[in-house]
Ligand binder design. Structure first.
Ligand SMILES: Nc1ncnc2c1ncn2[C@@H]1O[C@H](COP(=O)(O)OP(=O)(O)OP(=O)(O)O)[C@@H](O)[C@H]1O
Length: 247
């Protein structure tokens, strides 16, 4: 479904993403993890057309989409969420979701009904009439998810949709994301909540200083010494192994 080859994005002198390659197969949930500032959001934005890239190629659903503008990529079926959610505060939850739904259903009545179905899918059916401004953090995260989902994507790029949620809210959103995948939408997600990453992902890529330093099944990736070093600093993998042998 998505293939990224050798993507590089430079800001000034900084290689925020450095020759990164990844693939997301149809129907999968793939995670992109890495320490703060590793370049995850930049990679997402570059894939989805928000930044011009300095090198590399992005292929989506069989088409070379490198250099396409955001709206054309979105129309082709790839949409992203934002870490900082910006709903239309004065509009209701229903209206906010309908804004996304219009891209798929130009007729008002259909968009309205589709928005209702999406609200149901993300557990917001009882909040339809609330102004977005009144939502909790968890509610705003769901609304962001709903707005993008309402556009009818083939591939959803989710940027830290669990940040700021409490443990029970995380469990709920894990269930929602799994259901979204089961409904036929492929998912690529950036996430710091490891419980969720381990629980949800079929495959993980690890980014550090702009480079993909590891990839594989969740269990293999978290025990990879290069990944432990990237998160905890140089020598950490050895220290953990030594402590484990003394335990
Ligand atoms: N528009 C920009 N202009 C200049 N530098 C940028 C820009 N956007 C990001 N950067 C820099 O690129 C690097 C990667 O940032 P990015 O936000 O992609 O990391 P991240 O892995 O998503 O981090 P986090 O997990 O904290 O969200 C950082 O050093 C950041 O300061």
């Amino acid at each position: 479904m998505l293939k990224v080859e050798g993507l590089t994005k430079i800001f000034g002198g900084l290689r925020a993403v450095d020759n990164a390659s990844l693939e997301v197969g149809e129907g999968r949930i793939v995670a992109l993890i890495g320490p703060n500032g590793a370049g995850k959001t930049t990679l997402f934005a570059s894939i989805a057309g928000f930044h011009p890239i300095d090198a590399g190629r992005v292929t989506f659903a069989g088409q070379d989409i490198t250099g396409w503008p955001v709206h054309r990529i979105a129309r082709a079926g790839m949409v992203r969420t934002f870490q900082i959610t910006q709903p239309f505060a004065k509009l209701s939850v229903h209206e906010n979701i309908a804004v996304g739904a219009y891209q798929k259903y130009p007729q008002r009545a259909q968009a309205w009904e589709h928005a209702r179905a999406i609200a149901q899918q993300v557990g917001m059916a009882n909040l339809l009439d609330q102004p977005a401004a009144d939502l909790t953090v968890a509610g705003r995260k769901r609304l962001e998810l709903a707005r993008t989902l309402a556009t009818g994507p083939k591939l959803l790029l989710l940027d830290e949709v669990m940040a700021g949620l409490n443990p029970s809210e995380i469990v709920e959103i894990i269930g929602i994301i799994r259901k979204i995948r089961d409904s036929g939408v492929t998912v690529l997600l950036i996430e710091h909540v490891m419980q969720a990453v381990m629980n949800l992902s079929d495959f993980i890529y690890v980014l550090s200083y702009g480079k993909i330093i590891a990839e594989g099944a969740p269990r293999d990736v978290v025990s990879n010494p290069a990944v432990i070093e990237a998160y905890l600093g140089q020598g950490a993998a050895d220290r953990i192994a030594t402590e484990a042998s003394h335990a």
